[in-house]
Ligand binder design. Sequence first.
Ligand code: ADP
Ligand code: MG
Length: 363
Amino acid sequence: MTVGVSLAAADVRHPFRSGFTLDVPRIEVPAGTTLALLGPSGSGKSTLLAVLGLLQTPARGRVLLDGEEVSTRDRRARLAMAAVFQRPYLFKGTVAANVEYGLSLRKVAREKRAQRVEMALERVGLAGFAARSVATLSGGEAQRVALARALVLEPRVLLLDEPLASLDPLLSRRLAADFATILRQDGVTVVWVTHDHDEARAVADDVAVMNAGQVVAHGPSADVMTLPADEWTAEFLGMEPPGHGVVTEAGEGLVHIACGAATEIVAAASYEPGTRVIFAVPPEDVLLATADARVGPLSARNRLRGTVVRIEPRGATWRVVAKVGETSLASMVSRAALDEMGLRVGEAAQVVFKATAVRVAAE
Ligand code: ADP
Ligand code: MG
């Protein structure tokens, strides 16, 4: 068990000659939590990670480790960090030799090294692998070795740059869940770069979404991943764009939001009348039904008329998108339910959800 420390950067600006500029006024990772840097290729994730990890000095800006300003020249700060990359970069030899390497560089006594290597291998699920040649490892095992090699250093901060991106999807999903558990138990502070929003959901406490060198959304995963800040973020996260509306009535923890001609939704939130808001409803919380059916809990405050605009397969279920006024709302529907209701693109549907399911933010 290590104890992570907080990591932050402020006023970071780093232009490249290509015209790309990393521009991050503020980013924070509380001690012992995992932040996912999530964005498409070329959005600046690796550059920001390198700045946070003291591998690159930005043209402008500060990095704070445990509240103190640090730089790439700070040996102590650099020793507090370890990294895992997409490729494990193992050298020929045994698993133990690879995991031990950093300890010998740090001049840890030989007697202690073997014990720490063994513990690190156990933590990543590779007990008994010490004597194996790395040439015989699967891709997933090699990436576990890379994680052990970082954790054996007992870092206060761990940086991972798309650590699972070269593994097949099933394996990378499984490893993401495993790694997240290991890191949480370890207590280390983590910055995890990924382009995969499901991976970010699986591993992170907080998520920072990046686009074109900027952080366009940053907050608890449960907030960022359920209410996209704008159209771009929604599309990137595979969600419908947020609804836009104006609060018309407020009281007793509920607001009425007018959103398009003759359409109003009720949400559990507190905003003054007149406030412009964005909102979204997680697909898991939206029920669809034929126009006249009586469905959903009686307590569902929202029973709206909509039109089905898209039906898309998503694994074993179907994602059905209905337009309600100006707003698109998605729902996950089983094949059986889809058949039974006979929902078709262009036809009317009833869209039902509770006031407490609606996520709202001031625009
Ligand atoms: P990501 O990790 O999100 O894919 P990067 O941080 O690697 O993005 O890169 C962001 C942008 O900066 C890209 O356009 C990339 O080509 C450019 N870039 C990255 N490193 C350098 C560099 N050393 N010199 C010039 N341009 C770079
Ligand atoms: Mg990258």
